[in-house]
Ligand binder design. Structure first.
Ligand code: GAL
Length: 369
């Protein structure tokens, strides 16, 4: 069904129940008075099935996003990779009932980016290097390495300077690496390190058109963030490609229509702030000045960037802004703000969040009015 039609139906009928109502009414008026009631029911059910199957459900920014188990998706600060027709979403699993002595990463799959199937808690990691009880694992990102046929996960690892310290838990400033032979299997932790020997906190991922994989990481001492190429086996961060002298977190990058667009957030911790973007013709730069992606007073509509996901369809390419709406005191309830970006010609704008639908095959996105 064309998305426009979906929204017309959604506007006029609102729920599946009211679609049944409409369908029944039509069926009654068009069938002869002698039609057996069973025919009416079959007609109604057939029409309902067609409607329900064809109508793509909308993405609802900021609302609970339920997986196939009817549980809120736990993939905060996440990343997505696509394997054939399936998208895999990885992120921080902050479930309330998680074992507090471990840190968790969850993986979900989807073919339409709307309905997500829980696959596995791919990482249930006990303190791997004696970081101490307050150690942190944030923003996991997974890459697939064609050469080694391994899935390689990067994560932000942090903790106090000494295992027992009560103070700042963001001193270690490292990345951790874990690998797996299958996309949603149990990942094995390998090690942690400082990429290029530098302090690294928020990380982002980018896969260029030629398949090259990059880690984006924020570095406080140098007051900016790096775009760095991974080694051939992805187990190391090999080469600085660009350093952007702007202290931004939540780094997200996309190559769209001949231009690189990077988004980052200001450094206000869990509190939302005006996220900004810059562009460059080459990954190496030079990068333009940063501009707001949304009216600054909205603080990015309460969200923080984590990834830009490009959906290339048969008719159109849509770039999705994936953001987190953090709830620091009830992390498990943190929400997601996904919206299709207005992007092109060196400009990028995050539209005001509303329900929207996406056809992953045509690439068309339609925002409800
Ligand atoms: C944010 C960062 C999050 C988390 C938080 C802690 O700026 O993006 O991943 O580290 O700070 O305050």
């Amino acid at each position: 069904m064309h998305p426009q039609l979906f929204f017309q139906i959604a506007r006029h009928s609102g729920t599946a129940a009211s679609i049944i109502g409409t369908t029944r009414l039509n069926a009654r008026t068009s069938l002869s008075p002698r039609a057996h009631p069973i025919h009416l029911v079959i007609a109604a059910l057939t029409l309902l099935a067609c409607n329900v199957l064809a109508a793509s459900e909308p993405i609802r920014p900021g609302e609970l996003w339920l997986d196939n188990r009817a549980q809120h998706v736990q993939a905060h600060g996440g990343g997505i990779i696509k394997e054939r027709d399936t998208y895999f979403w990885f992120g921080e699993d902050r479930s309330k009932d998680n074992d507090r002595s471990k840190r968790h990463v969850a993986c979900y799959s989807s073919t339409d980016l709307v309905h997500w199937t829980f696959r596995n808690q791919v990482l249930r990691l006990a303190d791997p290097e004696n970081f101490g009880p307050r150690w942190l694992l944030e923003r996991p990102k997974v890459f697939y390495n064609k050469m080694t046929k391994k899935f390689v996960m990067y994560m932000h690892i942090d903790g106090p300077a000494n295992a027992g310290d009560a103070g700042n838990a963001y001193v270690l400033a490292r990345v951790g690496v874990a690998t797996c032979d299958t996309v949603d299997g149990d990942y094995t932790y390998i090690r942690s390190f400082r990429p290029l020997g530098k302090e690294s906190r928020d990380i982002g991922q980018f896969i260029d058109d030629d398949g090259s994989a990059y880690l984006i990481f924020e570095c406080r001492p140098t007051k900016g963030f790096y775009i760095a190429k991974l080694s051939a086996d992805y187990l190391d961060v090999e080469k600085e490609v660009s350093f952007i002298r702007s202290p931004l977190e939540g780094g997200a990058l996309v190559h769209h229509d001949g231009l690189y667009y990077v988004i980052g957030s200001l450094m206000t911790g869990w509190k939302a702030n005006p996220n900004q973007y810059a562009t460059a013709l080459k990954l190496e730069g030079p990068w333009s000045e940063f501009k707001d992606i949304a009216p600054p007073e909205t603080n990015t509509y309460g969200s923080q960037s984590t990834l830009m996901l490009q959906v290339v369809g048969s008719k159109q390419t849509t770039v999705i802004f994936m953001g987190d709406i953090w709830k620091p005191y009830s992390q498990w309830d943190s929400r997601y703000l996904w919206m299709p970006l207005e992007i092109g010609g060196g400009k990028l704008r995050l539209p005001e969040p509303r329900e929207w639908s996406l056809d992953v095959y045509t690439g068309e996105a339609l925002i409800a009015r």
